[in-house]
Design a protein around this ligand. Structure first.
Ligand code: URA
Length: 232
């Protein structure tokens, strides 16, 4: 059993304050009945509606986070601030985790969920979901670099990368498209070309694109369209 306002806030769609206001305004029903107030206890899996539309209170949460630099892609850490620390208290459920990792200094799209099957579908080697990064480098990018990416870069330690996309925006800026996710991969690929990364931001993961209106450090729930694109 969980408080109704907390349950609504745990979807990520409303703050606790907004949830209370919705309940007080009579816009929320539990199993077709008007609740007495925000503190009403509701059983998990109950049919809760807001303005007649069902809210999925039971299981999965899907949030898009614009990760800022300076936080780590972990669920908890004794010293460092994590991506979960950017969420309001009601959403800091123990079971949420980031789908894939971005380095501490990397910004951009991070999906937070508790849907392990989705994480597997997006991350499993062999699924080859495209990840797109915007990068700035120290050095001038050339067509040779584009060709080397297309062929498959061999890293300093001998690791061979799958063919990748390098789309030049200017001499020092490019979009990198990877179909795999090795440790520090973009940085290591560009370092192997003698053009170290000075800025990195993930813009997309499969069909999911970073919402350009979402400032660094902000998050929002995925839209129904984005969920459908992910098969949810
Ligand atoms: N490649 C990197 O080097 N760092 C990231 O954070 C993501 C991809």
């Amino acid at each position: 059993m969980e408080r109704l306002d907390k349950l609504l806030a745990a979807t990520g769609k409303w703050s606790r304050k907004e949830a209370k206001a919705l309940i007080k305004a009579g816009r929320v029903r539990v199993e077709d009945r008007l609740p007495k107030g925000p503190e009403d206890k509701v059983e998990e899996g109950s049919l809760v509606t807001v303005d007649g539309r069902p809210i999925f209170t039971e299981k999965y949460v899907y949030l898009m986070l614009h990760k800022p630099a300076g936080v780590i892609s972990a669920t908890q850490d004794a010293k460092e601030k994590t991506v979960l620390d950017l969420l309001p208290k009601d959403l800091r459920r123990k079971d949420l985790f980031p789908v894939g990792r971005l380095d501490k200094d990397t910004e951009g799209l991070l999906l937070l969920t508790n849907d392990g099957a989705l994480a597997h579908a997006l991350l499993a080697p062999g699924r080859h979901v495209d990840k797109v990064y915007y990068t700035k480098v120290d050095g001038d990018l050339e067509e040779d670099d584009v060709a080397a990416f297309a062929e498959g870069i061999t890293l300093g330690d001998g690791t061979v990368c799958l063919p990748a996309g390098l789309d030049l925006i200017s001499e020092r800026e490019a979009l990198v498209t990877l179909r795999e996710g090795k440790y520090h991969q973009v940085k290591r690929m560009l370092a192997s070309r003698g053009k170290p990364v000075v800025y990195l931001k993930r813009l997309g993961m499969g069909k999911l694109k970073l919402d350009p209106t979402l400032p660094a450090g902000a998050w929002r729930p995925l839209t129904p369209e984005e969920l459908a694109d992910l098969g949810r």
